[in-house]
Design a protein around this ligand. Structure first.
Ligand code: MD3
Ligand code: FE
Length: 226
């Protein structure tokens, strides 16, 4: 489907909770540079399908950039400085990623957000992300910033228990969502993507999720004291 409304709502926001906001189309001006950097990152650390501790292969393709990357295998979930597929450190977080995450966070009222991890999720039609909480980060006081690119997805936003009522929210190319504080531990997920095509990305959705995983500042990690 051609998205005739891609440039609508630029600058607007939707309120999901006391400390959860969608910044509509906030990332549109930098979408092309983000995609160019993702193309580079995936040559160094390719998208892969990880195994959950429960023994299921995730339908979403994952890679990371930044000092730490989120991984899953039969032993559990963790943040690691090394890509287990390549044995190398994850690709560096591009400056454009960092600046976008910082400016989105401050736009939503979270000052001094410095992410140390960027999870990159790739969806194709049919891909889903089951309901879960993000609680593998050591610093739960920091918000999470998520950037949607490509075909739309329906995001599920729930409560603090798995079976609490959920709302469904569509996310479009360029939308940025910021969650923190009181809303940080809400259950959330992504419904199976409908068949669709985006003019720039084709039959694909890419989501960037910026987190602050380690409570240590980046100097400690760079100097190897972390
Ligand atoms: C709601 N990814 O990778 S981040 C994930 O579209 C993940 O790929 C989603 O959930 C995706 O873990 C988008 C959405 C998100 C992140 C943190 C949250 C939603 C949240 C924290 C609290 C509530
Ligand atoms: Fe999540």
């Amino acid at each position: 489907m051609i998205d005739l409304f891609e440039n609508e709502n630029t600058g607007g926001r939707e309120i999901l909770g006391p400390e959860a906001f969608i910044l509509k189309r906030f990332a549109l001006p930098v979408a092309n540079v983000l995609l160019a950097k993702i193309a580079l990152i995936q040559t160094l650390s390719p998208f892969r399908h990880m195994m959950t501790p429960g023994g299921f292969t995730m339908s979403v393709g994952l890679t990371n950039c930044g000092q730490l990357g989120w991984t899953s295998d039969r032993r559990g979930y963790k943040y690691s400085p090394i890509d287990p597929v390549t044995g190398n450190p994850w690709p560096a977080m591009p400056n454009e990623f960092l600046e976008l995450a910082k400016s989105a966070a401050s736009e939503a009222g979270f000052v001094n957000f410095v992410p140390d991890a960027c999870l990159i999720n790739r969806y194709i039609p049919g891909t889903k992300l089951s309901l879960h909480q993000d609680k593998d980060e050591q610093d739960l006081s920091a918000p999470i910033v998520s950037v949607s690119l490509g075909i739309p997805a329906v995001f599920q936003f729930g409560g603090f228990e798995r079976d609490a009522p959920k709302i469904k929210v569509p996310l479009f190319h360029g939308d940025v969502v910021v969650w923190g504080g009181a809303d940080r531990l809400r259950f959330h997920g992504v419904l199976p993507l409908k068949p669709n095509s985006h003019w720039l990305l084709g039959e694909q959705r890419i989501n960037l999720t910026f987190r602050k995983s380690s409570p240590l500042n980046s100097d400690f990690l760079i100097k190897g004291l972390g």
